[in-house]
Design a protein around this ligand. Structure first.
Ligand code: ADP
Length: 612
């Protein structure tokens, strides 16, 4: 029978995999046992829902070793595979995300990145080739009379043939590679070594793993153990292995609820977002068990969208097994659990924020954006839940602070929560419009994410304090009535000048006026109407809506700055010069605002003109 080739891409990946610099070869056993456990989960679930009469005690995973023949066998009596399934499941590596996998492989990698790849792209089974020169998979599907054997020696292909097997399930038989210089494969032929690997990696597997006559694993899932029986370190180890993350989670959340619905949950808040987190490919959800039987691998209904980064397990004796996945969505018990978890996750994140701001900062740089989108989604349905978890850089504290910390530190007389939007903290710190607010001793929150301003608009206020952009016309600072009168007088006296400046700028600005807030800066760029410069920028980044939504720019001049006097003088004596000044001032305003100058050459020439 002719050998079948792995799909072209798979073949290359397999080669890379086998010869990879990966040093953690021992994880092959964990991967095979985990596949066996999944196969048993599937059959147990099917049996419980369809009443086939099998129960938990009927299942087991067996690991045996033949030192002389250099063979390791991992067997299970799970659901098994048909010949077609062998072809589909084992003929293609990395069914999803293989492209990224390939790209990732091209650069040099560290060991922990390898672990990542094994998890994310489902190359679990193929890890067998790291220690085996030949792999046979004998499988018989539950309910079928026929068995098949898949066989491969690595990258040059595989065969599938009919064979015999007693009962349903799968045997994976590895022929261990001969030892070579620097590589000791024979160590995996030791009973003792294999037992210790099972203890190390697969202790929580909920079916007995048998070697000889003895059950090696303790079978109690970690989430069923109390704090005394499973330390945080144990939980973290479990997390990293189960969810293939090389980083420790920033928070471990254990729940043991005894109320209307009984359940246990073990949840984790990751430190870093998976590579595909902000894409459609990321599948959110918690693993759902009913009395220790896996009913769903990624139950999205257990988590609100805004907390979709949370990973973990929920196990309840009160959930019915005879419930279809579609029905589960409407299940009352499940809704109760989801509601409780949402509150709990929030309170744990809040605790993290106060107890360990540095860790929270790491979390926030990965998932802060998710929280912000959470505020915006559903017309602000979750804003109450999320507003306490937001942090923004404060001009006074010179670090990110929460909104409640901002409000608590407000000096008497301050009416608003002030913010400024822009590209970076460094730029915002020099924004002309922030000056009067800061001079008052008020802090300004620097918002550097594109969505931030929308978030502020959605929140509207926090603890009854309204948000106010420092670019707003009325900053709500105690006004000096005389100063306002004087400004109005100067404005009146220079009406013609403002008209001239506006005309000179040829439609670039909707209005020119005197600023009420500038102190040491000569000009700034403001806007009138609902659309701000930041919003315009945001909308113009959305394909298809370029240039459709425009901010109305306003050039604000500082009447008490000598530059203004120079402009007035030029306007009286030399219109050509005044026109040049007007354009220069507009360009300056753009620079202060962190915007691009439309014609940098013109700007350069104007400056040269001033020098000579
Ligand atoms: P993953 O487990 O991440 O899906 P693997 O490469 O480890 O990727 O396995 C590929 C597929 O082969 C599995 O999804 C499963 O359908 C099937 N499979 C592997 N091992 C077994 C087994 N022992 N019993 C039944 N099916 C299995």
């Amino acid at each position: 029978m002719a050998k079948k080739q792995f799909k072209a891409e798979s073949k290359r990946l397999l080669g890379l995999m086998i010869n990879s610099i990966y040093t953690h070869k021992e994880i092959f056993l964990r991967e095979l046992i985990s596949n066996s456990s999944d196969a048993i989960d599937k059959l147990l679930y099917q049996s419980l829902t369809e009443g086939a009469g099998l129960d938990r005690s009927d299942f087991k995973i067996t690991v045996s070793v033949d030192e002389k023949e250099r063979k390791i066998t991992v067997s299970d009596n799970g659901i098994g595979m048909t010949a077609e399934e062998l072809e589909n499941n084992l003929g293609v590596i990395a069914r999803s995300g293989s492209l990224q996998f390939k790209e990732g492989m091209d650069k040099e990698k560290t060991e922990s990145e390898d672990i990542d790849i094994i998890g994310q792209f489902g190359v679990g089974f193929y890890s067998a080739f790291m220690i085996a020169e030949r792999v046979e998979v004998i499988s018989r599907k539950y309910g079928s009379e026929e068995a098949s054997v898949w066989e491969s020696e690595g990258a040059d292909g595989y065969t599938i043939k009919p064979c015999q097997r007693d009962g349903h399930g799968t045997d994976v038989i590895l022929t261990v590679k001969p030892d070579s210089e620097g590589e000791n494969y024979s160590e995996f032929l030791s009973q003792w070594r294999l037992k210790s690997l099972i203890k190390k990696y697969s202790d929580y597997i909920r079916y007995p793993i048998i070697m000889g006559e003895e059950t090696v694993n303790s079978m109690v899932p970690i989430w069923q153990r109390g704090k005394g029986e499973a330390s945080d370190e144990d939980c973290i180890k479990f997390y990293k292995e189960k969810f293939y993350d090389m980083n420790d989670p920033v928070r471990v959340i254990r729940v043991n609820a005894e109320g209307a619905v009984r359940y246990r949950a073990l949840l984790f808040v990751p430190e870093k977002a998976p590579y595909n987190y902000y894409t459609r490919d990321y599948e959110a959800g918690l693993q759902l068990y009913a009395s220790g039987v896996l009913i769903m691998d990624k139950c999205a209904d257990l988590l609100p969208e805004c907390f979709r980064f949370v990973k973990g397990v929920v196990d309840s004796p009160d959930l019915s097994l005879n419930i279809s996945r579609e029905m589960l969505q409407h299940d009352r018990q499940l809704k109760t659990i989801a509601g409780n978890l949402e509150k709990r996750i929030k309170s744990e994140l809040k605790k993290l924020m106060t107890e360990d701001p540095e860790k929270y900062g790491k979390f926030y740089s990965s998932f802060g954006l998710q929280l912000k989108y959470g505020v915006l989604n559903g017309y602000g349905a979750k804003k109450e839940l999320l507003q306490d978890l937001l942090v923004f850089y404060s001009s006074r504290e010179q670090k990110p602070i929460s909104l409640s910390d901002y409000v608590a530190a407000m000096p008497e007389g301050q009416k608003y929560i002030y913010y400024a939007c822009g590209d970076s903290v460094a730029r915002l710190d020099k924004l002309p419009q922030s000056e009067p607010v800061k001079e008052k001793g008020y802090a300004v929150l620097y918002l550097t994410d594109e969505v931030d301003e929308f978030v502020m608009n959605m929140l509207g206020s926090f603890e009854e304090k309204e948000f106010k952009s420092v670019k707003a016309d009325d900053l709500g600072l105690d006004e000096d009535k005389d100063a306002e009168k004087r400004t109005e007088e100067i404005e009146k006296a220079n009406e013609k000048l403002f008209e001239f400046v506006k005309e000179t700028l040829g439609g670039a600005v909707a209005a020119v006026k005197l600023s009420r807030k500038l102190k040491s800066y000569p000009v700034c760029l403001g806007t009138q109407g609902e659309i701000t410069l930041e919003m315009e920028k945001y909308f113009s980044s959305i394909p298809g809506s370029e240039n459709k939504i425009k901010a109305e720019r306003v050039l604000e001049l500082n009447a008490s700055h000598p530059v203004f006097e120079a402009l007035v003088r030029a306007f009286a004596a030399d219109r050509e010069k005044a026109a040049k000044y007007a354009r220069l001032l507009y360009f300056q305003a753009l620079l202060y605002a962190g915007a691009e100058i439309p014609d940098p050459n013109e700007y350069a020439e104007l400056i040269s003109g001033l020098i000579v």
